[in-house]
Unconditional design. Structure first.
Length: 589
C-alpha cells in the first residue's frame, strides 16, 4: 500500500507528528488530494525559533500565503538563533491579523519596542487568540509607551493565558493599568516585581484570575489588600517582605487550593505554618514551601536544625497531610545559609555544593531523593582539596535540562547526575586545569542531547577546549560574560576552531574576534554555520554614533557577503554584530 492510498483521517494523523517544515516539504505538490488536505484540513504550529535563514525565506514566500488561515500557533524569536527574524517576518508583508484562526502567539527576546507594539496591536483583531507569551523581551522604549503596551494586552478580549517573562515590564507600574480584562484566568509574571499596591490594582483590573505567578516585594504597611479575591485558586509566589503582609494576602484569597511559596529571611516554624494553614488557608490541598534562611548564630548548627524540624513533626504535618520537609545547608559556608523545603522538591532550580548536610522529617532519609521536577541545576565547588573523602547526603537529578557548573568538582557530584539524557545546555566556569577538562569531556560523553555550550570568563580559555568531542553540540558561546572577560580569537585560533570537533558541526557561534576578516573566513569554512554573533576588536562603532546612517563594519560585510544575509546589531548590546546566514547561497557562490 502506498502513502497516497491511506484514508484522509490517517494521513491527517500522520501530519500531526511532523513539524510544519518537514510536512510541507515532504507532501506539498505530490498530488492535488494531499495539497487539499494540507491547505484546508490541517492546523499548523508555525515555530521559527530554531530555523535557518534559507528555510525561513522559503516558508514565508512559498507556503504561508497558502496556509495562513490554518495557522493556530505562532512562535517568533529575535535571539542568537534567528537574529532579526520578527522584523523580517513583518517585512514579508504579513500582518498578524491575517492569521485569523490564531489561538496562541509566543514572542521571544524581542529587541524592538516598535515591532512588539505592532504585533500586539494587530492581535486585538484576532477573534480566537487565547494565549499570549512574551519571553525575555527586553528593549529601549519611549517613556510613556510601556503603558500603552500593557493596556493593549489587557484589551485582548478572548485572552485566557498570559506569560510576561523577565524585563519587559521593569518600568511599568501595575497601578497604571487602565483596562479591565474579564477573560484572563492564568497569569505568569516571571522576574517582574510588584508590591501589594500594584498587586491589588492588578487583581481589580483582572477580576477573573484563577491562577497567578508573581514576585512580591514588601511595600508600605498601608499597602494591603482590602477586598477578598475569591476567584484565585492557585498562587505561585516569590516573596520578600514581612510576614504580616503575607498573612493579609492569604486572608484575602480564601479559596486557594494550591500554594507554592518561596521566601527569604522569614523565619516561620512548623507550628506557625500550621496555624496559618488552618486559620487562613483551610481549603489548601497542595502546599509547596521553600524558605531561604540564615542561622541565628554560628554555634550548634545541628541543634538549630533539629529544633526547627521538630516543629514540623506534629500530627498535622506527618499524619494528616504527610507533608514532609527537608533542611539543607553547607557546613563550609561562612554565611551559614539554610534552605528548608517541602518534599518532593518541586521548584525549577536548585543549587548544589561539594559539601551539603541535610536532615528531614521523612521516616526514611532516602525517601524523596530523586528531584524529578528540577530542570535547572547550579553547582558551586566549595572544597579546595578535592581528595577529601566527603560523606554527604546524596540526591539525584534525573531531568536536568540546564547545568551551570564550576570546575573542577568533587567526584561525589557524579552520583547526583543519575542521567544527563535530557541535558540540552551547559554553562561552564573556571575551566583552567587538566582535571577540569577531563571532567567536562566525561560530562559531554554522557549528555547525548547537549545542544549549547557556554564558556564564562573565556579570556583565559585554553585552546585545549577544542580537543573535546561531542556529537550533539551545535551552539558555542564564548561571550557569556561582559567584554572584559572575553577572549578575542586571532586568525590562527579561528582555524583551530574551524577544524576542531566542536567547530565542525557548529550552527550557532557567539565569539570575540581580533579582526573582521575572520567573520568571512569562519562563514566560508564552517558549512553548517547558520548564525554568527561576534564582537570585533577593530569595530569602531560606538553608542556615540548611533544616529549615523552608515555602519562602517556592516557596510564592509555587505560588500563581501551575499545580499540574502541578514546583518544587524544587537539593539541592547551594540558592540555585538549579528549575522543570520543563508548558507545554501554562500556555498554555491
Amino acid at each position: 500500500m502506498y502513502f497516497e492510498d491511506l484514508a484522509n483521517e490517517l494521513i491527517l494523523n500522520i501530519f500531526e507528528y511532523l513539524d510544519i517544515i518537514n510536512c510541507l516539504h515532504a507532501c506539498h505538490n505530490l498530488n492535488s488530494r494531499l495539497n487539499y488536505l494540507l491547505v484546508n484540513h490541517h492546523s499548523y504550529n508555525l515555530d521559527f525559533r530554531n530555523t535557518s535563514k534559507y528555510t525561513f525565506d522559503n516558508i514565508c514566500q512559498q507556503y504561508i500565503p497558502l496556509i495562513s488561515h490554518q495557522i493556530t500557533s505562532l512562535h517568533l524569536s529575535d535571539n542568537e538563533e534567528t537574529p532579526n527574524l520578527p522584523k523580517l517576518f513583518l517585512f514579508q508583508n504579513f500582518s498578524i491579523n491575517q492569521f485569523f484562526h490564531l489561538q496562541s502567539i509566543s514572542l521571544y527576546s524581542i529587541q524592538s519596542f516598535d515591532i512588539l507594539h505592532q504585533i500586539i496591536t494587530h492581535c486585538n483583531n484576532l477573534l480566537f487568540l487565547t494565549h499570549l507569551n512574551l519571553i525575555k523581551c527586553n528593549f529601549y522604549y519611549p517613556d510613556n509607551e510601556p503603558q500603552c503596551l500593557i493596556d493593549d494586552i489587557w484589551r485582548l478580549s478572548k485572552l485566557t493565558h498570559c506569560i510576561l517573562h523577565q524585563n519587559i515590564l521593569r518600568k511599568i507600574q501595575l497601578t497604571s493599568i487602565s483596562v479591565r480584562n474579564l477573560s484572563m484566568k492564568y497569569l505568569i509574571l516571571e522576574n517582574i516585581t510588584c508590591d501589594m499596591k500594584g498587586l491589588s490594582h492588578l487583581l481589580q483590573y483582572t477580576p477573573c484570575l484563577q491562577r497567578i505567578t508573581l514576585k512580591l516585594m514588601y511595600g508600605f504597611p498601608n499597602q494591603q489588600l482590602s477586598t477578598p479575591f475569591l476567584s484565585i485558586t492557585s498562587l505561585k509566589l516569590v516573596y520578600h517582605g514581612h510576614i504580616d503582609i503575607l498573612m493579609n494576602l492569604f486572608h484575602n484569597t480564601p479559596n486557594l487550593i494550591s500554594l507554592t511559596l518561596e521566601t527569604s529571611d522569614i523565619y516561620c516554624n512548623g507550628y506557625q505554618w500550621e496555624e496559618i494553614l488552618i486559620n487562613s488557608l483551610c481549603n489548601c490541598k497542595i502546599f509547596r514551601l521553600k524558605m531561604n534562611l540564615h542561622f541565628r548564630n554560628y554555634d550548634n548548627i545541628n541543634e538549630q536544625v533539629d529544633e526547627l524540624l521538630e516543629t514540623f513533626r506534629t500530627s498535622f504535618w506527618i499524619e494528616e497531610h504527610q507533608w514532609f520537609v527537608r533542611c539543607d545547608w553547607n557546613p563550609l559556608n561562612l554565611f551559614h545559609h539554610l534552605t528548608l523545603y517541602t518534599l518532593p522538591y518541586t521548584f525549577k532550580d536548585c543549587f548544589n555544593f561539594d559539601a551539603i548536610s541535610s536532615k528531614s522529617t521523612c521516616p526514611n532519609d532516602i525517601d524523596y531523593c530523586s528531584y524529578d521536577h528540577v530542570p535547572i541545576l547550579s553547582y558551586i565547588n566549595s572544597e579546595i582539596d578535592l581528595t577529601n573523602d566527603l560523606s554527604l547526603f546524596s540526591v539525584h537529578f534525573p531531568n536536568i535540562h540546564h547545568l551551570n557548573i564550576h570546575f573542577p568538582f568533587h567526584d561525589n557530584f557524579w552520583s547526583c547526575l543519575s542521567s544527563l539524557k535530557r541535558l540540552t545546555s551547559i554553562e561552564v566556569r573556571l575551566l583552567h586545569t587538566d582535571i577540569a577538562y577531563f571532567q567536562l569531556q566525561k560530562l559531554l560523553n554522557q549528555a547525548c542531547h547537549l545542544y549549547s555550550l557556554n564558556i564564562y570568563y573565556s579570556k583565559n580559555l585554553s585552546m585545549r577546549l577544542f580537543t573535546l568531542t561531542s556529537s550533539s553540540i551545535r551552539r558555542l558561546d564564548f561571550i557569556a560574560e561582559s567584554t572584559s572577560c572575553v577572549r578575542y580569537f586571532n586568525h590562527n585560533e579561528c582555524n583551530i576552531l574551524i577544524n576542531a570537533p566542536l567547530g565542525r558541526h557548529c550552527e550557532i557561534l557567539i565569539i570575540g574576534l581580533k579582526n573582521r576578516s575572520s567573520i568571512v573566513n569562519l562563514i566560508s569554512a564552517m558549512p553548517t554555520l547558520r548564525s554568527l554573533i561576534c564582537h570585533c576588536k577593530d569595530d569602531e562603532y560606538t553608542t556615540w554614533n548611533l544616529s549615523s546612517v552608515d555602519d562602517e563594519l556592516i557596510e564592509w560585510l555587505r560588500i563581501r557577503l551575499p545580499l540574502t544575509y541578514e546583518i544587524s546589531r544587537n539593539e541592547k548590546q551594540t558592540h555585538l554584530l549579528r549575522l543570520w546566514i543563508d548558507q545554501k547561497i554562500f556555498n554555491n557562490c
